[in-house]
Design a protein around this ligand. Structure first.
Ligand code: NDP
Ligand code: GUE
Length: 279
């Protein structure tokens, strides 16, 4: 779908990914983003900086990328090392190139109901596409529960569902009786980071369940020291009641990467003064 849109646009979108430090999980994600960008015929560059790089040097790189006309999207992989102020880095990215949608300008445009002028955080944008596809009709009036209130997933997810006129509840670590809140939800999004916290009997019959969680847990059955990836939802139990549910792996993660590519194409179209495709 994105490939055809790239060809139709006649553009060569440029994506720059900045990785500071050697976190192995981040290396895996950044590698996956670069491969997908190349597969789609993007101009793809990766800047890998040592964990000891100063904040000033990271800011200087971001400013250089802001000024580079071949680059339409800039992603600085999080988390950053502790001595670097992440907010300062994110706010230095040109909002028009902020394909993560983390800059306060883009967050604000989403919050005031102007998503068509914003770039929207990839994970919640991908979740919304999956939800719309599963529901197959307008979401207006449906009860949605988002568990998690982070700036990168929970809050923008809630904003997007509100924009679709859902009745949105946001739950977090201080919420009481999550199970009761979940049982009312036609749309249930779990973005917590706790393995299989959402049980099958929390799921309303026919609900759409989106599992954002990525938890690596020990898997001794695979051999000593081995791990496996599980979500925030007990998949097998929940799938008996849900009308649609995303697996982990193979669900929201790959969709997030696809939305990053879509945002980069959108940014390239806007820079060229042409109408971006609608996904
Ligand atoms: N698939 C993908 O592309 C992505 C996946 N992820 C995954 O999604 C998960 C969430 O990520 P992220 O939003 O960054 O995480 P954060 O750690 O920033 O946020 C977790 C949220 O869950 C809430 N929470 C923690 N414990 C509970 C609990 N017992 N009951 C209810 N709420 C709770 C926290 O509440 P409080 O605010 O009160 O502390 C917080 O709001 C992680 O597993 C992460 O790996 C993240 C980004 C992208
Ligand atoms: N600036 C920034 N933007 C991000 O979007 C961002 C980030 N920092 N930091 C980390 C989180 C996490 N994230 C994932 C993306 C894809 C998968 C993904 O494709 N996962 C595979 C499995 C991968 C595996 O096996 O480990 C799957 O779910 O099938 C996972 C996680 C993006 N993030």
């Amino acid at each position: 779908m994105i490939k055809q849109a790239v060809v139709a646009s006649g553009l060569k979108p440029g994506l720059a990914v900045v990785l500071v430090g050697e976190d192995p999980a981040s290396q895996v994600y950044v590698g996956a983003k670069g491969r997908k960008a190349e597969e789609l015929g993007f101009h793809s560059v990766q800047h890998t900086l040592s964990a000891a790089t100063s904040e000033a040097d990271v800011l200087a790189l971001v400013r250089a990328l802001n000024a580079d006309p071949a680059i339409h999207g800039i992603l600085v992989q999080l988390p950053l090392p502790g001595h670097i102020n992440a907010a300062a880095v994110l706010e230095t990215i040109d909002p028009a190139k902020d394909v993560d949608g983390f800059h306060p300008i883009n967050v604000g445009r989403l919050a005031i109901g102007e998503p068509e002028r914003a770039l929207i955080s990839c994970t919640p944008a991908g979740c919304l596409l999956l939800i719309k596809r599963a529901v197959g009709r307008p979401l207006a009036g449906l009860d949605a529960l988002v568990i998690g209130r982070s700036n990168i997933v929970g809050k923008p997810m809630a904003q997007l569902l509100l924009q679709e006129s859902c009745t949105v509840t946001i739950a977090h670590s201080k919420s009481r009786d999550l199970a009761a809140l979940a049982r009312r939800a036609d749309i249930l999004v779990a973005a917590v980071g706790r393995p299989e916290m959402v049980r099958g009997d929390w799921v309303k019959e026919g609900a759409v369940v989106i599992d954002v969680g990525m938890n690596r847990i020990p898997a001794p059955e695979r051999g000593a020291g081995k791990t496996r990836l599980v979500g925030d939802v007990a998949y097998t139990e929940a799938s008996l009641r849900a009308s649609a549910i995303t697996p982990v792996p193979g669900g929201v993660g790959p969709m997030t990467i696809a939305m990053l590519m879509a945002n980069t194409l959108t940014a390239a179209c806007r820079a060229a003064g042409i109408q971006p495709p609608h996904f």
